[in-house]
Design a protein around this ligand. Sequence first.
Ligand code: ME8
Length: 521
Amino acid sequence: MADPYYITTAIHYPNGKPHIGHAYETIAADVIARFQRASGREVRFQTGTDEHGLKMAQKARELGVSPRDLCDEMSAHFRNLFDLLEIEYDNFIRTTEDRHHAATQALWKAMEANGDLYLDRYEGWYSIRDEAYYDESELTEGEGGEKLSPQGTPVEWTVEESWFFRLSKYAEPLLALYRDNPEFIQPDSRRNEVMRFVEGGLRDLSVSRTSFDWGVKVPGADDHVMYVWVDALTNYLTGLGYPDKTDDFAKFWPADLHLIGKDIVRFHAVYWPAFLMSAGLPVPRQVFGHGFLLNRGQKESKSLGNVTDPVGLVEQFGVDPLRYFLMREIAFGQDGSYSPDAIVTRSNAELANSFGNLAQRTLSMIFKNLDGELTAGLPEDAADAELMSAVADAVSGLRAGFAKLAFSEGLEAWMRGVFACNAYVDEMAPWALRKSDPERMKAVLNVLFRCVRDLAIAVRPVVPGSIDRLLDQMGIAGDTRDYAALGDAGWFAALIASGFKVDKPTGVFPRLEMPETEGAA
Ligand code: ME8
């Protein structure tokens, strides 16, 4: 039986169209999901939209539409973007669905049954944008003397009757969780931040609102809706059929990985495990807070006029150059910068010129010089063995990097394999061997074919569409494109026995044009 693996992204606020940060997080999760599937795990990958809360209600009012209509319209934009980015999710959840209301109310009741919910009055500094209360001590001052949250968003003094969750009771159990499971929060810098925060003591958390009604109703107290984060976090359970004791729940909970941005680590690493402990449920195995994507080093904002539509980037450059760039350019976990020229530079250098050219040259020489025919069992010399071992190292380097979410490191290892192949082509000069030693040329091209196939399979989670177009041309069957196939000693002989011949190849990684406006910007 395949080992199950459950990965989730944050669920995104559909109060506007998706931005590049949403694309980044979801692409990274998709790469992990595909990598785990390729490694033989049975994967469940969930994403979705977070549709309740004051922020959504206010945005709808501002636009003169109902919150439901706003959610329907915007949630569809997220799905369309994810289709365009070739995200292979298994479940797209919307928190306005009935199944989610039922799951959230069930979790609430479980926490209540454990004595962790009580009614009181709340006063404090509330940021609508962050949907969070802050302590006076956490606030900063804006340019006009106004009070701002640690995220730089405006806060308002708010007083309301509220249900409270006994978060204070969970400080010790949480610290024990972090201590016993250093992998629970990653990277380490975020883990340290969270530990300092919890060591400072936890106050009970206000978990209901009476000032608006766009949310999940508190069971037995219809004038209260749940704090949007209680409802949002529960999505990870909803997708598995909670509260029903489903097979999916038994198989996939606890989640292996909640992939989220650094700004919402506190919600996932403090509140969420406390809610779960209260409800008597196991906590997730890991919360990973990735960094933020900056546009040429700057945060995107409407006022700066630098908001990039990820759909436009895909239309301009294609989906795989964007996917590759994001995974390769940024050390995962840290902030990173992107720009159209950086996407073009990276994609041209590594996908088009290095790997694409290697694949295209190899297939085209086999087509032209060997009538497309492959041959197994040819004599191999030391240079061939050395190349194959460099490629095997590259493949295992990629796998080791990806297993710890170090995508850039993994792809760097992969590139070393590509470079080794290109150096081998230059050194062997098969075009010259054609006249001087045709048998040796044949051996060289067959070695290259095998190396290209292994490198292609290894990198497939990152650029799946292009790699599938390449593997189609190489006769590699759809069900032999995962990592188990890499260890198959007989694949090459089997391919030849099937009568496969290389046809005139078509390049799969086109060279991109540098955007014209780039110099001026
Ligand atoms: O926070 N770069 O939703 P959201 C990288 N609904 N990642 C970014 C980013 C950027 N510039 N901007 C945002 C929410 N993100 C809640 C989550 S989960 C139970 C509820 C990331 O639409 C952000 O860190 O504001 C988060 O992980 C995700 O995008 C959705 O952000």
